[in-house]
Write a protein that binds this ligand. Sequence first.
Ligand code: SF4
Length: 218
Amino acid sequence: MQYKLDKPIHGAIGTDKYQVTIEWRNGTFVADEPVSSGGKDTGPDPYTLLLSSLATCTLVTLRMYIDRKGWDVPGITVNANMFQAKKDDVITHVFDRDIQFSGELTPEQKDRLLEIAAACPVSKILEGNVKVRNFLFRDEDTEKKLNYTNGDVTVVWKPEFCKHSGRCVTQLPLVFNLQQRPWVNMSGADSERILEQVKRCPTGALTAFHNNDEEAKA
Ligand code: SF4
């Protein structure tokens, strides 16, 4: 399992209706809801963000293809919008993408570019098999806990909380490996890398502490 983003986007909301701060790898931006939905319209709403993703992916994909072909197209525009269609109680979300090119293109070239747009990665995601997984972080204590240590740090695993996201075993298999016993091999990486991986557990099933800190508390 290889995530698309090295660092996940991070969204947060407080009590200010409905301003959301999104942190991405190179900065932050604000999203919101329109006034008609109780927000202040200080940033794009979720549907606008979704359509922006489609428009951006379309434009970048087309630009890459056109540049590779060496065609003279100084500008491309996309208008994107969506609606819901209901037939026999089945709701279909329909995305419309209106594309225009400036420059001289033959009808055949335009047809080819339409095919390229239709196959952009975000189009494929929207039209493909999609699954949304949800993980809740839990910081409660549990009775069943298993400890693994390398003498420097200790990893604590709470099996009841593990929802098998696969993050630990795919991202640090030399330490977290279900085929070996114990399944946590504390010699597989240095302490800092192990601690970093533990922080990526989305459910709280994995936690860790420096042994020195615990000894100091005792
Ligand atoms: S990252 Fe956490 S929830 Fe996911 S498999 Fe590992 S222990 Fe379980």
